[in-house]
Design a protein around this ligand. Sequence first.
Ligand code: HEM
Length: 540
Amino acid sequence: MTLAQAVQEFITQNPLASILAFVGLVVSITFLQWGSDGPPSIPEKIPFVSNTYLVLTNLQEMARKAAKYFQGGKIVKYHLLNKTVYVVRGQQNMQQLLRGSPDLGSEGFILDVMKGLFAMTPSDHAKFVNDKSGRLKTPNPGTEATPVRYWAAIHYLYYDYLTAPHFASALATKFNVNFSAQLETQPLGEWTTVRIQKFVHTHLFHAAVVSLCGPRIFELNPDFTEVYWEFDPYAMMLCYVPPRWMARKAYQTRARGMAAVERWLDAAWERFDWDDKEAVEADWEPCFGARFNRETCRWMKDHGFDKQSITGFILGVIFGLNGNSIPMVTWSLMHLLQDPELLAAAREEAVQVYSTDGNGSRDIDIVKLGKMPILQAVFAETLRLHTEVTIAREVWNPVVVEGYKIPKGAFIHGYAGLAHYDEEVWGKDGHPADEFWAGRHLVEVEKDGKKRLEFSSADRAGNYFPFGGGTGMCPGRHFAKQEILQTMASILSRFDVKFVEWVNLKDGTKSDRGPLNDEYYGAPSMPPDRDAKVQWKRLW
Ligand code: HEM
């Protein structure tokens, strides 16, 4: 029996003793590095456990808890597993974190994501641990001789095939075709009753996944939609690599998700013809789907990555794609349905972005859509209120923040839950920061004697970061914006919609209240904890 097997057997037979042993270990490790100096601490009922548990299960509550202990300052500290975390707030501190610095690394958190979410094998994980050359084209000073620059390679795969305008638009165009086909499953000219969140979980999910991975993932896994939504609530928790006893369901659902993706990956390798030049150069083809997937899988295979690591990586990207955009689409539709005036203004814009060719076929103008002020304001306000993002940086060299020396190895965190709800920044014209008000992102301008509204993103630096920031900023952000705007525009222009009532997620029964952020979800996007029952009629 190996040592690992012996430990596993002991844990299975003595779960309570194992928990106590683990807590004791964390306490000892942390005491060794914890001095009495420094900023105020966030207290906890069970030392070294309660705050960690709160971060894993309800990050927004952790942000609210942190807010109580700043004692008028802008920095507090606590323990997250065996790490010391300094939470900062305020525009200047956030700008410093987002801008990045040679003393702060964003790779530490991503290494955990690779381990916990992507289930990367230890030897593949070590490739990133050992590469100190950074993500950018120019290697960090002193690392010029690094033989393979894994961080930079992944960064530029993201940048070249996901973020770059050509590929973001190619994905958006594919999504438009796929989502239109999904909308056409709804009867034409007939009133029907649907639940918004349930609808997007099925139909938008299908359209987005086919755009990224091709249709075969559903053919090989007819239950892929259910498998994914069982895994989705645990994905963020896995990014913190919780011990298995704390997060059994998270690891089980990840295993099911990976098994489904592995079937797809095997079929893609088997069927794709690498000698077919046209397919190799295509923005999209049915085996791997989007070029981003094809290039990433090929690069990982060529660099000796295990199939498990490639599978986990693709499952992680599927989470990036859906775990964030789908809740944001749901919330934006819900907010529109609650405000008839805003709904009418948004619908007016939505109708304008479609043109007909005379044969009755309609085409969306993606560029025009991206400039519509009301739809953009709804998008921006939805992301402000419903994303809980942590900007996490590892301290590589001691830094001074708010007069405190932060030691090497500690982490500095900034929470959107503090910045996006800051009353001083966002409270305006009788609209408190916690209220949905699209007007926050609109300004009235006068041109040629005519007044009109324009979208404004002023005053955002350090106060608004739904997509994170710096070199690690979300590579899917341009596609995400197009996907969310397109979904709003296509539903508003193609359907007459009437809100019926709020319902409970589990059984669709009437709820006695409207939706709130499901804070237990993890992050970055928090879905609504209720659904909206609506009646709608497809017009075309
Ligand atoms: C409203 C929708 C979205 C939100 C709010 C969002 C937010 C985020 C945030 C906060 C991060 C971490 C950034 C950081 O560490 O500073 C991230 C990373 C990431 N996102 Fe998004 N995202 C969205 C949509 C998407 C879409 C549509 C895709 C894929 C097509 C995507 C793919 C990714 C990937 C692959 C990463 C990891 C990047 C890395 O490892 O460096 N996201 N996203």
